[in-house]
Design a protein around this ligand. Structure first.
Ligand code: IMP
Length: 429
């Protein structure tokens, strides 16, 4: 039986999944990214240097790991090229260890133009990486897939058709001249493709046929899922467990024996617009941002910060059917005398504990808080249960009681070795 571990964001992304995937990759053979694209920014400390991976699976920094980019992703070849070249400079030898699905769709320069234009009118604060438009073209059956790069004539026709569509939209609707050059786009695409052509495979079949162990690395988070998140303030893929089957080209049955773990910060952050019931707009929010270094790893934007929202975590536990939670950045709360945790919403006189679908309802929701005593002790880097302050244990217990799943691990700092298994018996083997 192949061992399978699924690692998902349980909030609005940026939960610290990169470090967890990197850490757990030590005992897995394959790491698979199955949705999203270069909107992700998974940060890992590698040989003392901060490395941010946008497209490649994080586990690739381990020399024994094979990294797969599946059909559910939208791939910007220029970003892929930069990322692979950068790894080479860092001394990471990836040749023969990275494979890309022939069914994956491409992010084209005109998708980035459209992303910017859409953002100009009623935008939601995207990463401007062309992700939404690339998925629009995919589902509108106008996308270009890696497999299409093999047929130059067909590719040229597809490119031309898309190019003139975007051009007329840009000029007619947005009054902007399209600056993308068709010939340059085509030649740059083919030049990069030639470099990495040997990596292209039917990745879905690789997964089906192998006996090797695998980690599925979710990007973004459950609350950014296009179906189960705060629509329309979401990304354009299923960034929860819902994306696993369509993202890999495998039946949901394939994942029935997998261990599903959700990663959540000890507080909450989000980048971009959209509802965020526990957001702290004043000094406390700034304090969390400063202490947590909360600036986007893809765009550098300051992240919005707030208290831990257990309604959100419970939603993530249900949607992903999580077996356990990993809590990161607990140490950011070390200096708070009191810590608030949202245990419900007050909505038009009614108390609710589920996450509503309607944006209008959400806007009317006020968080109901439970206040806990802070531990006022340093937890950074601790590796033993006995060093965990009793107040921090109470905090973890509240999370477990409310969500109904165990907190299996704590990440206590950015370095690989800064973690603690709270439930070693539940450690995915
Ligand atoms: P897009 O994915 O670039 O289309 O952006 C859609 C929304 O998802 C925006 O609010 C982004 O800030 C957010 N988003 C996309 N990728 C990430 C991520 O990796 N971490 C956190 N937020 C993200």
């Amino acid at each position: 039986m192949k061992r399978k571990l699924v690692i998902l964001g349980a909030q609005w992304g940026d939960e610290g999944k990169g470090k967890i995937v990197d850490l757990l990759s030590e005992s897995y053979d394959m790491v698979i990214r199955y949705q999203g694209g270069s909107n992700a920014g998974h940060t890992v400390i590698y040989k003392g240097k901060k490395v941010i991976l946008h497209l490649l699976p994080t586990g690739i920094l381990h020399p024994h790991v094979t990294g797969l980019i599946t059909q559910g992703m939208v791939v910007d070849l220029e970003v892929l090229d930069r990322e692979l070249e950068n790894l080479k400079k860092l001394g990471v030898e990836w040749k023969g260890r990275v494979f890309i699905s022939d069914r994956a769709h491409l992010v084209m320069p005109y998708h980035k133009v459209l992303d910017r234009l859409f953002e100009r009118r009623g935008g939601i604060g995207t990463t401007l990486r062309g992700i939404g438009p690339a998925y629009m073209f995919k589902f509108g059956r106008k996308g270009i897939r890696i497999a299409d790069l093999e047929d130059k004539e067909r590719l040229k026709d597809l490119l031309e058709e898309n190019f003139y569509f975007v051009k007329s939209l840009a000029e007619g609707v947005f009054g902007e001249t399209l600056t993308v050059n068709l010939e340059e786009t085509l030649s740059s695409l083919l030049r990069i493709y030639e470099k990495y052509r040997y990596m292209v495979r039917d990745v879905s079949r690789i997964l089906w046929e192998t006996d090797r162990s695998m980690i599925f690395e979710g990007a973004q988070g459950t609350m950014l899922d296009v179906d189960m998140g705060t629509y329309p303030f979401v990304t354009s893929s299923n960034s929860s467990a819902l994306g696993l089957a369509n993202g890999t080209g495998l039946s949901p049955k394939f994942f029935s024996d997998a261990y599903f773990v959700g990663v959540a910060k000890a507080y909450t952050t989000r980048v971009g617009g959209g509802p965020f019931p526990t957001e702290l707009k004043g000094e406390e929010g700034e304090r969390l941002r400063d202490l947590g270094g909360e600036f986007g790893s893809t765009t550098g934007r300051p992240r919005r910060c707030g208290w831990l929202d257990l309604v959100v975590l419970k939603h993530a536990v249900r949607v992903n059917q999580l077996d356990g939670l990993i809590i990161t950045k607990l140490d950011v709360l070390d200096s708070f005398e009191e810590i608030k945790v949202c245990v419900g919403y007050e909505c038009e006189g009614e108390r609710i504990e589920h996450f509503p679908a309607s944006i209008t309802t959400l806007e009317r929701c006020r968080p109901v808080y439970e206040t806990l005593k802070g531990w006022l002790r340093n937890t950074k880097g601790i590796r033993n249960m006995k060093d965990l302050p009793p107040e921090a244990k109470d905090y973890i217990k509240l999370i477990e009681d409310f969500t109904g799943v165990p907190v299996v691990m704590l990440s206590t700092g950015p370095e690989r070795e800064e973690y603690l298994w709270l439930r070693p018996e539940l450690r995915p083997s």
